[in-house]
Design a protein around this ligand. Structure first.
Ligand code: SF4
Length: 575
């Protein structure tokens, strides 16, 4: 059975912006934060906002303090004014596309046009839009309501941004036939259109469609209607707990789509749930392969194998005979560091990678003990290699502790506890540096007894590869990071810019390695190993185009780049 996640599933631009504004505000201030009405139509997101201390006000008090967010659907202009007059600091999270409809209405209403809004009269967006039409506003939910309206000398027709495209085409044809003096503005949001188009196309190819999103969300309900009208088994669920696979018949191919207010982590959970059930029903090799892959990835064993391979490749590239002790130090240190990080990151993993969070929650004691053993094992080998290596590893471990614990006395900082982890993007950079030290510097010190120019070159290569890997995972984890207030590189720069940066870095490393080989700074292995950044570049481009399978396979493919480096170096040594 195959599972495809619709390209358009999940937060639209307006909802993402509203949720980000709310989370950023709560991470920045201790003052009370409110949303005027529910920020979006998704109970799970609203629960998280509540956990973050962001509560909902339904009525505007005469006097108030703190910050109020105006939701993505917008509000009537009088409400905006009342909030400000009451003394609130107002953050207007109205979606820019809704603002555009508000402006069209306000302009034409001022010019004496009647305003017909095709939409759901009780929907907050329509209530907000009506506020801009003043006395001249009318709402029509269906053709009967349109026909029942008085005839106007001049009128405009606009659509609720999440309106059904087919219905609005009918309305446009009605105006063009019967009311040539009416101007029609197709204000359906392109995100809604493409989402509906996407589910229509997917429904033709699959046997069943799972629609994920709030039961109150109009656009989610429409996606469900489209899937069902295509004659396919379709279910509408809010979370993975409601998934009843029996309702989907006996599908060979299932599509998952989600409304504009459904967060990524719920889509991921539904995907994982389907994937797990599908695999439990399988027998033989495929089932075993899935569980082995999954557990290798969750336990960081696959990552540790990659670390060993990268150390081997980096040593060969420097012209050093790879020593088992250097490889073991890298494997054990990185296994310890990543498992420890996963143990302290369970809260954000609840949103980013629910499977990983459950795995670490269920095996917390065993994994904690193993983390200690891996760390001790690494230190013991470093001790055998010499005092310099032990000192290096101890310093790195100390840095790891300083990263999460503030060592500055609170009396100096006035209660504030500064930590390195609070520096935006610090985790990604420090993880890459730690990888670079154990995979490149340690073998160089062991082999040459010093750091040569070639070591610096190879260090920049390994650090760059790990930076691309780690920042890519940060992109996948953006929503969860925002919830827990982690400032990763993608949160700082945005997904597009980060992706551009990573692709440029991978491309640059490919070129640098080829040039280094051409001028004889490194052996011809450099040509072969330039395949790794090239493969990363291709992976990132394929990911942007939606060409990388979802779920744990994304992580598996990305981690495989280090194993590829080891295999290429081994192949080169053989030849
Ligand atoms: S569906 Fe479109 S109009 Fe509505 S919030 Fe999202 S981006 Fe904005």
């Amino acid at each position: 059975m195959k599972i495809t996640i619709a390209k358009t599933a999940g937060f639209c631009m307006g909802v993402r912006r509203a949720v980000e504004l709310a989370l950023d505000a709560s991470n920045r201030t201790d003052d009370p934060i409110y949303t005027y009405g529910p920020l979006i139509h998704n109970p799970q997101v609203l629960n998280i906002l509540e956990e973050k201390g962001i509560s909902v006000i339904k009525e505007i008090p005469e006097k108030g303090s703190g910050t109020v967010l105006v939701r993505a659907h917008g509000v009537p202009p009088e409400d905006l004014e009342k909030l400000r007059t009451a003394g609130f600091n107002v953050i207007d999270a109205t979606c820019p596309k809704v603002i555009k409809v508000q402006s069209i209405i306000a302009k034409h209403s001022r010019q004496g046009y009647a305003v017909i809004i095709v939409g759901d009269r009780v929907h907050p967006e329509v209530i907000g839009l009506l506020g801009y039409a003043g006395e001249n506003g009318y709402v029509a939910e269906n053709m009967d309501a349109l026909n029942a309206l008085p005839k106007f000398d001049k009128a405009i027709i606009v659509a609720q941004t999440t309106q059904n495209k087919t219905f609005f085409e009918e309305v446009t044809a009605w105006a063009e036939t019967l009311h040539l003096n009416y101007q029609v503005f197709n204000t359906i949001c392109d995100s809604t259109e493409s989402r509906q188009e996407d589910v229509k196309n997917l429904a033709e190819k699959v046997d069943a469609v799972v629609v994920v999103g709030g039961y109150e969300s109009g656009n989610t309900k429409r996606l469900f209607d489209i899937a069902r009208d295509a004659g396919k088994h379709a279910v509408h669920i809010e979370t993975e707990a409601e998934l009843d696979i029996n309702q989907l018949g006996t599908p060979r191919h299932i599509a998952i789509t989600a409304g504009a207010s459904t967060p990524n982590w719920i889509i991921k959970r539904v995907y994982r749930e389907l994937e797990n059930r599908m695999m439990y029903n399988r027998r033989g090799f495929l089932r075993w392969r899935f569980f082995i892959h999954r557990n290798l990835l969750l336990s960081n064993i696959y990552l540790a194998i990659g670390a060993g391979c990268l150390t081997y490749a980096a040593a060969m590239l420097q012209g050093i005979e790879p020593a088992l002790s250097s490889i073991l130090v890298a494997v054990l240190y990185l296994l310890c560091m990543h498992t420890f990080n996963n143990l302290i990151d369970i809260t954000s993993d609840r949103y980013n990678d629910p499977d990983r969070a459950t795995f670490y929650q269920q095996n917390r004691n065993l994994l904690s003990a193993l983390t200690g053993l891996f760390g001790l094992g690494g230190l013991l080998i470093a001790y055998k290699m010499g005092p310099l290596f032990l000192l290096l590893l101890l310093c790195m471990s100390f840095m790891g502790i300083v990263y999460i614990i503030s060592l500055v006395p609170q009396s100096i900082t006035g209660g504030f506890k500064p930590k390195i982890r609070d520096i935006p993007g610090s985790k990604t950079v420090l993880v890459a540096m730690a990888w670079g030290i154990v995979t490149t510097i340690v073998p160089a010190l062991d082999g040459f007894g010093q750091i040569r120019l070639v070591t610096v070159l190879i260090f920049s290569w390994t650090v760059s590869l790990v930076l691309v890997r780690t920042a890519f995972f940060d992109i996948l984890d953006m929503q969860g990071s925002r919830i827990v207030g982690k400032e990763t590189i993608p949160i700082l720069l945005g997904e597009k810019k980060t992706m551009g940066l990573l692709k440029n870095l991978a491309g640059l490393m490919m070129i640098v390695l080829c040039i280094a080989s051409a001028v004889g700074a490194v052996s011809t292995l450099g040509y072969l190993l330039s395949i790794c950044p090239l493969s990363m570049l291709m992976f990132l481009s394929a990911y942007e185009r939606g060409g990388i399978p979802s779920g744990f396979r994304q992580g598996f493919l990305m981690e495989s780049h280090f194993i590829l480096a080891g295999l290429l170096a081994g192949l080169w040594a053989l030849i």
